[in-house]
Design a protein around this ligand. Structure first.
Ligand code: AMP
Ligand code: MG
Length: 519
């Protein structure tokens, strides 16, 4: 089997934990612990991303070989791999939670590709680490299917994300109490191999800062700038400022992208915030179906709804505030951090306006257009309308002026649809009037709108159907769904069933409406 070259810079440059035994503990003055994956009984490859495999240089023959499943379940290592788990902390639901760390993630190494690109390979669910606390270091198949599929779906939507190379069944059971109600059950286990240029999180910086270890904080910051932001090298005195500013901008653009497609992360704790502005840690995430800014997919979040759809930008900003606080010992002039945070606000406003223009099919977003889309959101909410279907329907009407019938299929409730007819007709007229003053040709408008308004998103119930089939022994649903999600902006007429609005049965079913953190 071909394998990439590894250059494990994180291990080489940063201090590791001298303790070699694996048991739960506080790890001080170190950013990682060496830890081997725990072997599993019967690894079997269930799905893989062919784009990711190809980029890493694995042929389809490599992927199909038994060795591939051995390596990406944690049973074997390729030459150059040096497994480790990293040490980080985080704010969970607004409160400092202390040391967390990679409790069930084990990085295998940093692959350096012929292109020069550096990609870290990381197994999720490969067994306990010093950061596992009281948990088992494993992952169940259902949550692994969700992480695998959504990573790739996001990538194909052109939204920054960690990637997924493979999904391997372990042949072992994992016990989980899915509803936290005292009914634990054995479920099949799985391991996902995630891929990203860097898995550094805000929490990696928060932990040394909270412990007052400024020396370690500085080493980590310098490493992160050098490895993950190489284009900033040579910026001299403004290096840290430029770095923090860029993190703020990337985070802003990411949050705006989530809002564009109706993705709700569900657990935006600071340990789940990527320093590169990638979507990371797919847990109880969800996709907005009937438009509702207050919706959270996470059952643990229903009380405060901190991680609701409409709050994601402000939560991202709050998280950046925590990062700023952590980094402040590195900044003599604290105003610099404030300016960085301002870059979030500016970049978010800019991205939101750009997305408004794209979603509505306009060459530019004027102040009145912000109001136009806000009014539309209000209508979609009040009349229980499927966000994805409605926007795609608007895109599909170009060049003909839309009529109410074009949107009928996007409504969940007939009475609410009828009640909204006048208001929607009025809104469509306002937009039609606005188009009179827009220079885009019908052809370009159609193109712009179709690329901003996906037809296919990983609806919760679609993922759940693939999971139900997998639990019944039929893995084919995972690959079928992946195929559809590879081309979310294409019409794919044969795959209409994957662009359907949520069926009634899915409204209350676990995994389709709400998800617990159990994974
Ligand atoms: P999450 O809510 O998935 O972001 O996880 C928060 C923390 O819990 C991280 O430190 C995870 O590594 C850890 N964790 C979650 N599930 C497990 C598990 N099954 N075994 C060990 N650690 C876990
Ligand atoms: Mg996490």
């Amino acid at each position: 089997m071909h394998f990439p070259t590894f250059d494990n810079a994180f291990l080489r440059a940063l201090p590791g934990d001298p303790e070699a035994r694996v048991f739960p503990r506080q790890v001080q003055a170190a950013l990682w612990s060496a830890v081997e994956p725990t072997p599993v009984a019967a690894p079997r490859l269930l799905a893989h991303s062919r784009e990711m495999a190809a980029e890493l240089g694995f042929s389809e023959t490599d992927v199909a070989s038994p060795e591939f499943a051995q390596v990406f379940s944690g049973n074997a290592l390729l030459p150059g791999m040096q497994p480790f788990a990293t040490n980080y902390g985080g704010h969970q639901f607004g409160h400092w939670a202390g040391q967390l760390g990679d409790g069930r993630a084990i990085s295998l190494g940093e692959a350096v590709l012929d292109s020069g690109r550096r990609l870290e390979l990381q197994l999720k669910g490969a067994g306990p680490t010093p950061y596992s606390r009281s948990a088992d270091g494993r992952a169940v198949l259902r949550s692994s299917v969700r992480e695998f599929l959504c990573s790739e779906a996001m990538y194909h939507l052109d939204i920054p994300t960690t990637r997924a190379l493979s999904l391997v069944g372990t042949g072992e059971d994992v016990v989980r109490d899915m509803f936290y109600d005292g009914h634990p059950q054995a479920e099949p286990g799985a391991v996902v191999c995630r891929v990203a240029p860097s898995f550094l999180r805000f929490g990696h910086f928060e932990l040394p800062a909270m412990r007052g270890d400024v020396e370690l904080l500085r080493r980590l910051a310098d490493f992160c700038v050098a490895r993950d932001f190489p284009h900033l090298q040579g910026n001299g005195e403004t290096l840290y400022a430029d770095w923090f500013g860029e993190i703020c901008e990337r985070t802003a653009r990411l949050a705006a992208e989530w809002m564009r497609v109706g993705f709700v992360h569900g657990v935006l704790n600071t340990d789940n915030m990527s320093i590169l502005g990638l979507t990371i840690d797919y847990g109880p995430y969800g996709w907005v179906e009937d438009y509702d800014p207050d919706w959270t997919p996470n059952t643990t979040d229903v009380q405060g709804r901190r991680y609701r759809f409409g709050w994601q930008p402000r939560v991202a900003y709050w998280n950046l505030g925590q990062l700023a606080r952590a980094l402040s010992p590195l900044f003599e002039d604290k105003e610099t951090l404030q300016s960085g945070l301002q870059r979030f606000a500016d970049a978010y406003a800019e991205a939101e306006r750009a997305n408004t223009a794209r979603k509505l099919g306009l060459a530019e977003c004027r102040d009145g257009d912000v109001e136009l889309i806000q009014d539309l959101h209000g209508l979609l909410h009040a009349h229980e309308v499927d966000m994805t279907l409605w926007f795609r329907a608007l895109a599909d009407t170009v060049p003909t002026p839309p009529s109410l019938q074009d949107f009928e299929h996007a409504f969940y409730d007939d009475a609410k649809r009828v009640a909204g007819e006048a208001a929607f007709a009025d809104w469509l007229q306002r937009r039609e009037a606005r188009l009179q003053d827009d220079p885009l040709s019908a052809e370009v408008r159609s193109e712009v709108m179709r690329k901003a308004n996906p037809k296919f998103v990983l609806r919760n119930w679609l993922a759940q159907q693939a999971i139900d089939r997998a639990y019944a022994g039929d893995m084919a649903g995972i690959g079928e769904l992946l195929e559809v999600m590879r081309r979310p902006y294409d019409d794919q007429p044969g795959n209409q069933a994957f662009a359907a609005k949520r069926p009634d049965w899915a409204k209350v079913k676990a995994g389709c409406s709400m998800l617990s953190c159990s994974s």
